[in-house]
Design a protein around this ligand. Structure first.
Ligand SMILES: [Zn+2]
Length: 286
Protein backbone atom coordinates (compact mmCIF):
# COMPACT_ATOMS: atom_id res chain seq x y z
CA UNK A 1 0.00 0.00 0.00
CA UNK A 2 1.23 3.46 -0.85
CA UNK A 3 1.08 6.02 2.00
CA UNK A 4 -1.72 8.61 1.92
CA UNK A 5 -0.69 11.87 0.22
CA UNK A 6 0.83 14.40 2.58
CA UNK A 7 0.05 17.35 0.34
CA UNK A 8 -3.31 18.97 -0.28
CA UNK A 9 -4.33 19.19 -3.94
CA UNK A 10 -3.99 22.65 -5.54
CA UNK A 11 -7.07 24.72 -6.34
CA UNK A 12 -6.82 23.81 -10.04
CA UNK A 13 -6.56 20.06 -9.36
CA UNK A 14 -9.53 19.25 -11.61
CA UNK A 15 -8.16 21.25 -14.53
CA UNK A 16 -4.70 19.67 -14.23
CA UNK A 17 -6.15 16.18 -14.11
CA UNK A 18 -8.51 16.88 -17.00
CA UNK A 19 -5.63 17.42 -19.46
CA UNK A 20 -6.10 14.85 -22.21
CA UNK A 21 -3.29 12.30 -22.68
CA UNK A 22 -1.42 11.96 -25.95
CA UNK A 23 -0.02 8.66 -27.17
CA UNK A 24 3.77 8.76 -26.57
CA UNK A 25 4.63 7.14 -29.85
CA UNK A 26 2.03 7.78 -32.56
CA UNK A 27 2.81 4.82 -34.77
CA UNK A 28 1.39 6.30 -38.00
CA UNK A 29 4.91 6.55 -39.41
CA UNK A 30 6.00 3.09 -38.23
CA UNK A 31 6.76 0.94 -41.28
CA UNK A 32 3.78 -1.40 -41.51
CA UNK A 33 4.24 -5.13 -41.93
CA UNK A 34 2.87 -6.46 -45.20
CA UNK A 35 0.31 -8.82 -43.66
CA UNK A 36 -0.96 -9.91 -47.09
CA UNK A 37 2.52 -11.17 -47.97
CA UNK A 38 2.82 -13.08 -44.69
CA UNK A 39 -0.66 -14.48 -45.18
CA UNK A 40 0.26 -15.82 -48.64
CA UNK A 41 3.60 -17.19 -47.38
CA UNK A 42 2.08 -19.03 -44.40
CA UNK A 43 -0.31 -20.85 -46.73
CA UNK A 44 2.62 -22.54 -48.44
CA UNK A 45 4.96 -23.18 -45.52
CA UNK A 46 6.26 -26.57 -44.49
CA UNK A 47 7.02 -27.72 -40.96
CA UNK A 48 10.69 -28.67 -40.76
CA UNK A 49 11.40 -29.00 -37.04
CA UNK A 50 9.80 -29.20 -33.64
CA UNK A 51 11.18 -28.71 -30.16
CA UNK A 52 9.43 -29.80 -26.98
CA UNK A 53 10.01 -27.64 -23.90
CA UNK A 54 9.52 -29.76 -20.77
CA UNK A 55 7.74 -28.20 -17.76
CA UNK A 56 9.99 -25.96 -15.61
CA UNK A 57 12.73 -26.12 -18.27
CA UNK A 58 13.76 -24.01 -21.27
CA UNK A 59 14.93 -24.99 -24.74
CA UNK A 60 16.60 -23.01 -27.50
CA UNK A 61 15.71 -23.00 -31.19
CA UNK A 62 16.97 -21.34 -34.35
CA UNK A 63 14.87 -19.83 -37.13
CA UNK A 64 16.24 -18.47 -40.39
CA UNK A 65 15.08 -15.06 -41.60
CA UNK A 66 12.02 -15.53 -43.79
CA UNK A 67 10.77 -18.64 -41.98
CA UNK A 68 7.95 -18.91 -39.43
CA UNK A 69 7.77 -20.39 -35.95
CA UNK A 70 4.91 -21.23 -33.64
CA UNK A 71 4.64 -21.67 -29.89
CA UNK A 72 1.91 -24.18 -29.12
CA UNK A 73 0.04 -25.22 -26.03
CA UNK A 74 -0.11 -28.98 -25.53
CA UNK A 75 -1.57 -31.13 -22.76
CA UNK A 76 -2.70 -28.24 -20.54
CA UNK A 77 -2.69 -24.47 -19.93
CA UNK A 78 0.89 -23.27 -19.73
CA UNK A 79 2.66 -19.93 -19.94
CA UNK A 80 5.94 -19.51 -21.84
CA UNK A 81 8.68 -16.91 -21.37
CA UNK A 82 10.33 -16.04 -24.67
CA UNK A 83 13.79 -14.56 -25.30
CA UNK A 84 15.05 -13.74 -28.79
CA UNK A 85 18.55 -12.89 -29.98
CA UNK A 86 19.97 -12.12 -33.40
CA UNK A 87 21.25 -15.51 -34.59
CA UNK A 88 24.80 -14.18 -35.00
CA UNK A 89 25.02 -11.61 -32.18
CA UNK A 90 23.81 -12.14 -28.61
CA UNK A 91 24.16 -8.40 -27.95
CA UNK A 92 21.24 -7.73 -30.29
CA UNK A 93 18.25 -9.02 -28.38
CA UNK A 94 14.53 -8.43 -27.89
CA UNK A 95 13.76 -5.04 -26.35
CA UNK A 96 10.61 -5.52 -24.29
CA UNK A 97 10.41 -1.91 -23.03
CA UNK A 98 10.55 -0.28 -26.46
CA UNK A 99 8.18 -2.87 -27.90
CA UNK A 100 5.72 -1.97 -25.12
CA UNK A 101 6.14 1.74 -25.86
CA UNK A 102 5.39 1.16 -29.54
CA UNK A 103 2.66 -1.49 -29.43
CA UNK A 104 1.17 -1.34 -25.92
CA UNK A 105 1.20 -3.69 -22.95
CA UNK A 106 0.10 -6.84 -24.79
CA UNK A 107 1.07 -8.04 -28.26
CA UNK A 108 -1.10 -9.52 -30.99
CA UNK A 109 -1.27 -10.16 -34.72
CA UNK A 110 0.63 -7.52 -36.72
CA UNK A 111 2.76 -6.41 -33.74
CA UNK A 112 6.50 -6.85 -33.83
CA UNK A 113 9.22 -7.79 -31.41
CA UNK A 114 11.86 -5.00 -31.70
CA UNK A 115 15.57 -5.38 -31.01
CA UNK A 116 17.86 -3.51 -28.62
CA UNK A 117 19.88 -0.38 -29.43
CA UNK A 118 21.70 0.45 -31.62
CA UNK A 119 19.82 -1.91 -33.93
CA UNK A 120 16.12 -1.26 -33.21
CA UNK A 121 14.67 -3.34 -35.99
CA UNK A 122 11.85 -5.87 -36.10
CA UNK A 123 13.14 -9.30 -35.07
CA UNK A 124 9.81 -11.08 -35.52
CA UNK A 125 6.27 -10.19 -36.57
CA UNK A 126 3.25 -11.92 -35.02
CA UNK A 127 1.29 -13.45 -37.91
CA UNK A 128 -1.38 -15.47 -36.11
CA UNK A 129 -2.81 -15.71 -32.59
CA UNK A 130 -5.55 -18.22 -31.79
CA UNK A 131 -6.25 -16.23 -28.59
CA UNK A 132 -6.97 -13.00 -30.49
CA UNK A 133 -10.64 -13.31 -29.44
CA UNK A 134 -9.65 -12.61 -25.80
CA UNK A 135 -8.91 -8.89 -26.15
CA UNK A 136 -9.15 -7.33 -22.69
CA UNK A 137 -11.37 -8.84 -20.00
CA UNK A 138 -13.40 -7.08 -17.30
CA UNK A 139 -10.36 -6.89 -15.00
CA UNK A 140 -8.27 -5.21 -17.69
CA UNK A 141 -6.34 -8.43 -18.32
CA UNK A 142 -4.99 -9.44 -21.72
CA UNK A 143 -2.65 -12.12 -23.07
CA UNK A 144 0.98 -12.08 -24.33
CA UNK A 145 2.28 -9.18 -22.22
CA UNK A 146 5.48 -7.20 -22.43
CA UNK A 147 5.01 -5.76 -18.92
CA UNK A 148 6.42 -8.49 -16.71
CA UNK A 149 10.07 -9.34 -16.81
CA UNK A 150 10.29 -13.11 -16.07
CA UNK A 151 10.19 -14.98 -12.77
CA UNK A 152 13.67 -15.00 -11.25
CA UNK A 153 15.41 -16.38 -8.17
CA UNK A 154 16.52 -12.96 -6.91
CA UNK A 155 13.04 -11.48 -6.52
CA UNK A 156 11.89 -14.85 -5.17
CA UNK A 157 14.63 -14.73 -2.53
CA UNK A 158 13.84 -11.10 -1.72
CA UNK A 159 10.15 -11.77 -1.14
CA UNK A 160 10.18 -15.27 0.37
CA UNK A 161 13.68 -15.82 1.73
CA UNK A 162 13.76 -19.12 -0.21
CA UNK A 163 15.95 -20.23 -3.11
CA UNK A 164 14.22 -21.68 -6.18
CA UNK A 165 16.29 -22.80 -9.18
CA UNK A 166 13.69 -23.40 -11.90
CA UNK A 167 12.46 -19.84 -12.42
CA UNK A 168 12.23 -18.79 -16.07
CA UNK A 169 15.35 -16.64 -15.64
CA UNK A 170 17.42 -19.64 -14.52
CA UNK A 171 15.81 -21.92 -17.12
CA UNK A 172 16.77 -19.45 -19.86
CA UNK A 173 20.35 -19.22 -18.52
CA UNK A 174 20.76 -23.02 -18.56
CA UNK A 175 19.34 -23.28 -22.09
CA UNK A 176 21.48 -20.43 -23.47
CA UNK A 177 24.61 -21.81 -21.78
CA UNK A 178 23.97 -25.21 -23.30
CA UNK A 179 23.35 -23.74 -26.76
CA UNK A 180 26.40 -21.45 -26.82
CA UNK A 181 28.91 -23.19 -24.56
CA UNK A 182 29.06 -20.05 -22.38
CA UNK A 183 29.39 -20.44 -18.62
CA UNK A 184 26.30 -19.58 -16.55
CA UNK A 185 28.04 -16.35 -15.45
CA UNK A 186 28.63 -15.27 -19.03
CA UNK A 187 25.25 -16.41 -20.32
CA UNK A 188 23.24 -14.65 -17.58
CA UNK A 189 23.76 -11.04 -18.80
CA UNK A 190 22.32 -12.02 -22.20
CA UNK A 191 19.02 -13.17 -20.70
CA UNK A 192 16.56 -10.30 -21.00
CA UNK A 193 12.98 -9.20 -20.35
CA UNK A 194 10.60 -11.58 -22.09
CA UNK A 195 7.46 -11.76 -24.14
CA UNK A 196 5.08 -13.56 -21.77
CA UNK A 197 3.46 -15.94 -24.25
CA UNK A 198 -0.11 -16.97 -23.27
CA UNK A 199 0.21 -15.23 -19.87
CA UNK A 200 -2.87 -13.24 -18.82
CA UNK A 201 -1.95 -10.06 -17.00
CA UNK A 202 -2.89 -6.47 -16.38
CA UNK A 203 -2.80 -3.74 -13.77
CA UNK A 204 -5.28 -3.64 -10.89
CA UNK A 205 -7.74 -0.76 -11.31
CA UNK A 206 -7.31 0.62 -7.78
CA UNK A 207 -3.58 0.31 -7.04
CA UNK A 208 -2.22 -0.20 -10.59
CA UNK A 209 -0.28 -3.27 -9.45
CA UNK A 210 0.80 -5.89 -11.95
CA UNK A 211 -1.58 -8.85 -11.73
CA UNK A 212 -1.80 -12.27 -13.32
CA UNK A 213 -4.68 -14.69 -13.65
CA UNK A 214 -5.14 -18.21 -15.01
CA UNK A 215 -4.30 -18.18 -18.71
CA UNK A 216 -7.22 -18.83 -21.09
CA UNK A 217 -4.87 -20.89 -23.33
CA UNK A 218 -5.91 -24.47 -24.10
CA UNK A 219 -4.14 -27.32 -25.90
CA UNK A 220 -4.01 -26.58 -29.63
CA UNK A 221 -3.73 -22.81 -29.21
CA UNK A 222 -0.69 -21.19 -30.76
CA UNK A 223 1.09 -17.91 -31.33
CA UNK A 224 2.84 -17.66 -34.71
CA UNK A 225 5.75 -15.45 -35.74
CA UNK A 226 7.55 -14.56 -38.95
CA UNK A 227 11.33 -14.34 -38.42
CA UNK A 228 12.47 -11.00 -39.86
CA UNK A 229 16.15 -11.74 -39.14
CA UNK A 230 18.07 -14.93 -38.33
CA UNK A 231 17.01 -15.77 -34.79
CA UNK A 232 18.18 -17.70 -31.78
CA UNK A 233 15.25 -18.15 -29.41
CA UNK A 234 14.83 -19.62 -25.94
CA UNK A 235 11.49 -20.53 -24.42
CA UNK A 236 10.89 -21.40 -20.77
CA UNK A 237 7.81 -23.33 -19.62
CA UNK A 238 7.15 -21.18 -16.53
CA UNK A 239 7.04 -23.00 -13.16
CA UNK A 240 3.79 -21.09 -12.56
CA UNK A 241 1.99 -23.27 -15.16
CA UNK A 242 -1.07 -21.24 -16.17
CA UNK A 243 0.12 -18.56 -13.70
CA UNK A 244 -3.26 -18.64 -11.95
CA UNK A 245 -1.83 -18.66 -8.44
CA UNK A 246 1.92 -18.32 -8.07
CA UNK A 247 5.22 -18.93 -9.76
CA UNK A 248 8.66 -19.85 -8.44
CA UNK A 249 7.52 -23.15 -6.95
CA UNK A 250 6.99 -26.80 -7.79
CA UNK A 251 3.34 -26.80 -6.71
CA UNK A 252 1.51 -25.41 -9.78
CA UNK A 253 0.49 -27.98 -12.44
CA UNK A 254 2.92 -27.50 -15.32
CA UNK A 255 2.77 -28.70 -18.91
CA UNK A 256 5.18 -28.85 -21.83
CA UNK A 257 5.13 -26.34 -24.69
CA UNK A 258 5.94 -27.07 -28.32
CA UNK A 259 7.88 -24.93 -30.78
CA UNK A 260 7.34 -25.63 -34.47
CA UNK A 261 9.53 -24.18 -37.20
CA UNK A 262 8.26 -23.76 -40.75
CA UNK A 263 10.20 -23.22 -43.95
CA UNK A 264 8.73 -20.86 -46.54
CA UNK A 265 8.72 -21.06 -50.31
CA UNK A 266 11.04 -18.20 -51.41
CA UNK A 267 8.63 -17.40 -54.26
CA UNK A 268 6.03 -16.31 -51.73
CA UNK A 269 8.45 -13.78 -50.19
CA UNK A 270 9.00 -11.69 -53.31
CA UNK A 271 9.15 -8.04 -52.26
CA UNK A 272 10.22 -8.82 -48.67
CA UNK A 273 13.74 -8.23 -47.38
CA UNK A 274 15.24 -8.68 -43.94
CA UNK A 275 15.15 -5.31 -42.11
CA UNK A 276 18.41 -3.39 -41.71
CA UNK A 277 19.57 -2.05 -38.34
CA UNK A 278 18.55 1.55 -37.50
CA UNK A 279 19.97 4.11 -39.93
CA UNK A 280 20.69 6.60 -37.10
CA UNK A 281 24.14 8.15 -37.64
CA UNK A 282 25.40 7.12 -34.20
CA UNK A 283 26.97 10.54 -33.57
CA UNK A 284 25.04 11.20 -30.28
CA UNK A 285 25.90 14.91 -30.56
CA UNK A 286 29.63 14.50 -31.17
ZN1 LIG B 1 8.21 -17.81 -15.18
Amino acid sequence: MKPRPENRPPSDEKARKAVKPVVCYPVDTLPRPDMALYSAARKRMNRIEEVIVPPREAKTFRVKAGNFFRILSMEGPQVGDLNLWCGTDLFEHFYSGKTRALHGTHLGTGDRMWSSFPHLRPMATITHDTLDWYGFDGFGGGVHDVIGTRCDPYTGRLLSGQDYDHCCHSNLIRALAQETGLSFDRAEPHVHDVLNVFMCTGFTRDTHQYFMKASPVRPGDFLEFFAEIDLLGALSACPGGDCGSEHSSDTAPCFPLKIEIFETDPETLEGWSSPRPSAYSGRHGK
